[in-house]
Design a protein around this ligand. Structure first.
Ligand code: WT7
Length: 666
């Protein structure tokens, strides 16, 4: 292991400058490098092959029913077509072909329920389950191109439902189980889904928690496009039932036939829609298609995690409701024939060692988690992981937000006993798969840096005018060439796709992230440069939360900022102006705002979901605005982060910030 050469650093504020001088480097051990899936030559190979590099990967990673004729059609940029003319079935590639190859007895999913119940599902069994679900979905009138909403907890039926859709060419739209009924309804409406797959509920912190009532509420006006609700029985709590509309999974899927032949779908056939927050109030339905997405998720899962499917036990601790769960619980791992662990519950139930108990129990060798979880466990103390045998771990991954060097070091030392490579993987819902990451057997890792674009990916850091910045400087992260798993658009809104990603810099994909190149040319991610916040690795838009607040009868206006938070990365801080007679009362000296603040927080929880609840709600009488009426969130962020308020000269009324800071001191 390399020696520590410099003092610990924080990944925020002025200390970012110091990142450029990060001296600690961790090369892979000789043994790891010698046995690694990805060798250093992969970069040169990709460089010289150009787009054909991806054609090679597509043919190596997937079994095509019909080979493609053209690797990339970029003639209608920024709308890409990859592997044109090819036909491929995602479910066949994730399941049947492994069984046909004699690996039917390999465990596909090791499911661990929060209460401690377990299910081990082999590839042969999972194939049967997916065939049954495919038959059941078809019998409910779901066909190729139809949309299916999946609103499930972290149980195997989530994976089964996704793959059943993929098998029949239906387009899944997974909605995170933590989202509210309103959020679910908006997504159902936008995609015009025919079927919702849900569960009676799940378990949370030792108690049953319900899900079906949110679906009932979302559909209560009887006017949605939903024809059926398919309900998995998970926690056996009583549920309301709408005859004719609602069906139990165990009556429908479990009784369906096990014969179902997968046919190849066009390489560009839509695979799924996944909604994510943008800079406006309305979430965007990010569209992914088949051939390119499957190719890059399989390739990156294999190379970035050094996957040896016969030996490894792989655990991605994300939720299926986010893109990480799509690409690195379902598609990437199963395409590669890996054995995955799936855990339903929270990390502290019934005790704070639960994760490490799971690692020990299943001999997890590859762990993929978010910095917010890593920081939380760091806070809980080293003595907890020390109680478990973590020696099976050999690769550790991080995703979702920048990982501060301290958390990176802790992850490697305490969880990885100082010997496992740590891969910090940068990507987005839109990119579909990992784009920037070390390769564990190749890269000399630097704590806190995603470092380099993967082979076949052309990422860059540019200045305002789109020029590449020299080493040692910062700017905006862009992708210069199309990539196979790239989004194909925003569902129903091609113009928004162009405007959001392809108009800031001519001919380049604008990711919305700030980045720097260090003196070696390595890339460091610095967080969003737009009004998108990152709370515990989950994306939320300031505007979306502002809209939720303003929909409350007592609110006149609101401004939301993401403030630094030690554990969650960022936290939501809302500034609210109340309306009506009562407004003055709450901004007066010594006013008790606790009740209205609690009410507003709960309101946001109901409108969007608990993750969107503001950490703080500050009742103010004014908001800082420019002469053109734009709220200056930068100044509010200063307040939220307890900093000296910055330059106020562009404010229409320069006294506003004084009023706010004075008001808050009261
Ligand atoms: C945004 C994308 C990628 C799946 C989970 C989040 C941030 C993601 C990293 C990383 C620094 C990261 C970016 C990006 N982000 N990974 N390794 N280092 N920042 O997907 O919800 O689409 O969010 O998450 O800001 O733009 P998402």
């Amino acid at each position: 292991m390399a020696e520590e050469k410099s003092a610990p650093q924080q990944a925020d504020g002025e200390a970012l400058e110091n990142l450029l001088h990060e001296g600690r480097q961790f090369p892979p051990s000789d043994q790891f490098a010698a046995n690694a899936v990805a060798k250093p030559s992969l970069y040169a190979e990709a460089e010289s092959a150009g787009t054909e590099f991806w054609a090679r990967q597509a043919r190596e990673m997937l079994t095509w029913e019909k080979d493609f004729e053209q690797t990339l059609d970029w003639s209608e940029a920024p709308f890409a077509k990859w592997f044109v003319g090819g036909k491929v079935n995602a479910a066949y590639n994730a399941l049947d072909r492994h069984v046909e190859a004699g690996n039917g007895d390999r465990v596909a999913i090791n499911f661990e329920g929060e209460p401690g119940d377990v299910r081990q599902i082999t590839y042969a069994e999972l194939t049967d389950l997916v065939k049954q679900a495919a038959n059941a979905f078809e019998s409910l009138g779901v066909g190729k191109g139809d949309r299916v909403a999946i609103y499930l907890p972290m149980i195997p039926e989530a994976v089964v439902s996704m793959l059943a859709c993929a098998r029949i060419g239906a387009v899944h739209s997974v909605v995170f189980g933590g989202f509210s009924s309103d959020a679910l309804r908006n997504r159902i409406d936008d995609a015009e889904a025919k079927l919702v797959v849900t569960a009676d509920g799940t378990y949370r912190r030792g108690n049953p928690s319900s899900l079906k009532p949110a679906v009932d509420e979302a559909l209560s006006d009887g006017k949605s496009t939903i024809e059926h609700v398919l309900v998995v029985q998970r926690n056996e709590e009583p549920v309301d039932w709408t005859e004719g509309r609602d069906l139990w999974w165990h009556d429908t899927v479990a009784k369906a036939g096990k014969d179902h032949t997968a046919v190849g779908h066009d390489s560009e056939h839509p695979l799924y829609i996944l909604y994510t927050s943008g800079t406006t109030g309305k979430p965007k339905g990010i569209l992914h298609t088949t051939g390119g997405y499957l190719t890059q998720t399989a390739f990156t899962h294999k190379t970035v995690f050094d996957l040896k499917p016969e030996q490894d036990v792989y655990w991605c601790a994300a939720d299926i409701g986010w893109v990480t769960g799509h690409s690195y619980i379902t598609y990437g791992p199963l395409l590669n024939g890996a054995s995955v662990v799936m855990y339903e519950g929270t990390p502290d139930t019934p005790h704070r060692g639960r994760w490490w108990e799971i690692v020990e129990k299943y001999k997890v060798s590859i762990l993929y988690a978010a910095p917010t979880a890593i920081r939380t466990m760091m806070k809980w103390g080293d003595d907890i992981p020390a109680k478990y045998d973590l020696s099976s771990l050999r690769v550790l991954g991080s995703v979702g937000e920048p990982i501060n060097p301290e958390a990176w070091m802790w992850y490697r030392k305490v969880i990885g006993s100082g010997r496992t490579p740590v891969v910090d993987t940068w990507w987005q819902t839109e990119t579909g798969a990992i784009m920037i990451s070390p390769l564990p057997g190749v890269t000399e890792a630097k704590p806190g840096a995603a470092q380099a674009a993967l082979p076949g990916i052309n990422a860059d850091v540019v200045d305002e005018s789109g020029q590449s910045v020299p080493n040692g400087s910062g700017g905006y992260l862009v992708i210069r060439e199309p990539w196979p798993a790239m989004l194909r658009g925003i569902w129903g809104d091609p113009q928004r796709y162009k405007d959001t990603y392809w108009s800031r810099f001519e001919g380049m994909y604008f990711a919305g992230d700030g980045a720097k190149r260090d003196e070696d040319g390595d890339i460091w991610l610095l967080g969003r440069v737009d009004d998108v916040m990152n709370i515990s690795g989950h994306r939320l838009s300031t505007t979306e939360i502002e809209s939720a607040l303003v929909s409350h009868a007592a609110v006149a206006e609101s401004a939301v900022v993401g403030a630094n938070d030690e554990t969650t990365g960022q936290a939501v801080v809302a500034f609210v102006i109340l309306r009506g007679e009562d407004a003055k009362k709450f901004t007066a000296e010594g006013a008790d705002t606790s009740e209205i603040v609690a009410d507003l927080r709960n309101h946001v929880g109901r409108e969007i979901g608990p993750i969107a609840k503001p950490r703080q709600v500050l009742i103010v009488s004014e908001l800082p605005k420019t002469r053109s009426g734009k709220i200056m969130r930068r100044l509010l962020k200063d307040v939220a982060e307890n900093r000296e308020v910055g330059d106020v000269s562009t404010l229409a009324d320069t006294s506003v910030m004084n009023q706010i800071t004075e008001g808050l001191k009261k």
